[in-house]
Design a protein around this ligand. Structure first.
Ligand code: ZN
Length: 342
């Protein structure tokens, strides 16, 4: 048995039929969804800009919002991509969810914002126009900086509508991540979402202050973050895993029939360690890949100073799973090279 929050009411749900019955009684006013000045009727799909009114700040929120509504009552699942504008795997996962009408909920509502930081998406940047990180700015403020205003406008809408939230990301700054879910494992409903996503690896953590999943969890919305791949590059395997994960979560929430393929179990990781370049820096080459199980003392890669020809051998300090790493490149001393989970 699992618990699902629908319209602010917690109900115990076993399957789609029972869920629908529970929803019908829990959601007495299933009708038009009022969002961003539009009214979206049951059964309707609408694409509209977010905007923030006709203003200079609003022009930085001229990003697409897609609302897909079933004619039957159910929860609202929110999907956000591109909060870091260069993390385009997440943008493409969100795109494939609404593209061609291929993912129609049989109950409830999908609310998709595929490129939240549309300025960063257009310019290939992680950051907002003021060089702040949107994912350190939630829940934002109506009287703060540019980033505060953008975060506040977004979070106000998400808080109003979302019964569950999936936030789609990749590794940052020339690093790649093994497909993984991150959330607060102490939150049972978030843990249920994480397991339902079915990507096989779940990391514990609410994320840093200002992170969207932390802000959502703090106001009672179960939220998980999906990480896969590296910035500025599509990875077809990772994208497909993300799309499957979203559909698995929809089935978990009773928004679509259960998948005929069993959701794989998840390996839970509670502690992670970054291994950094400690020598003089130089040319980083890796011997391993994300997903490798490593043993303490094993060689993971090398960093070679091209002037002195001195090579630093990077070794695993503990047993664990390689959940992320820098892509081969020139690195400075102190650069984070390998991320091991245990
Ligand atoms: Zn990110």
């Amino acid at each position: 048995m699992r618990r699902v929050l629908i319209g602010g009411l917690a109900c115990a749900c076993l399957g789609l039929g029972q869920l629908s019955t529970a929803l019908a009684s829990a959601t007495n006013n299933w009708g038009a969804l009022e969002i961003l000045g539009r009214s979206v009727a049951p059964g309707e799909t609408v694409r509209m800009p977010f905007l923030l009114g006709p203003s200079f700040v609003g022009s930085f929120l001229d990003t697409l919002v897609v609302v897909v509504r079933s004619s039957r009552p159910g929860p609202t699942l929110c999907i956000t991509g591109g909060i870091h504008g260069d993390e385009i795997n997440g943008v493409e996962i969100a795109h494939r969810i609404y593209a061609g009408g291929t993912t129609q909920p049989v109950a409830g509502t999908l609310l998709v914002i595929p490129a939240v930081n549309v300025h960063g998406f257009r310019t290939g940047s992680r950051y907002l126009a003021d060089r702040r990180d949107l994912n350190r700015s939630f829940p934002g403020s109506a009287t703060g900086s540019h980033a505060d205003l953008i975060a506040h406008a977004l979070f106000t809408e998400l808080r109003k509508h979302c019964d569950a939230l999936l936030d789609l990301h990749t590794g940052s700054n020339s690093r790649t991540n093994l497909p993984q879910i991150r959330t607060d494992l102490g939150n049972p409903r978030a843990l249920d979402l994480a397991r339902a996503f079915g990507v096989g690896v779940v990391l514990d953590g609410k994320g840093p202050v200002g992170n969207l999943r932390r802000a959502a969890l703090d106001v009672g919305i179960p939220a998980v973050l999906f990480e896969a791949g590296e910035p500025l590059r599509f990875d077809e395997t990772d994208i497909r895993m993300g799309v499957t994960g979203v559909r698995n979560v929809m089935a978990h929430l009773g928004m679509s029939p259960p998948s005929t393929t069993p959701v794989p179990p998840s390996r839970v990781i509670r502690r992670t360690t970054w291994i950094r370049a400690r020598g003089a820096g130089g040319i980083f080459l890796s011997d391993r890949e994300p997903g490798d199980n490593v043993r303490s003392g094993e060689t993971l890669g090398t960093v070679t100073d091209p002037i002195t020809e001195t090579t630093e051998v990077i070794r695993a300090p503990q047993d664990g799973l390689l959940i992320g790493m820098a892509v081969p490149q020139v690195v400075l001393t102190g650069y984070a090279l390998f991320h091991i989970g245990s």
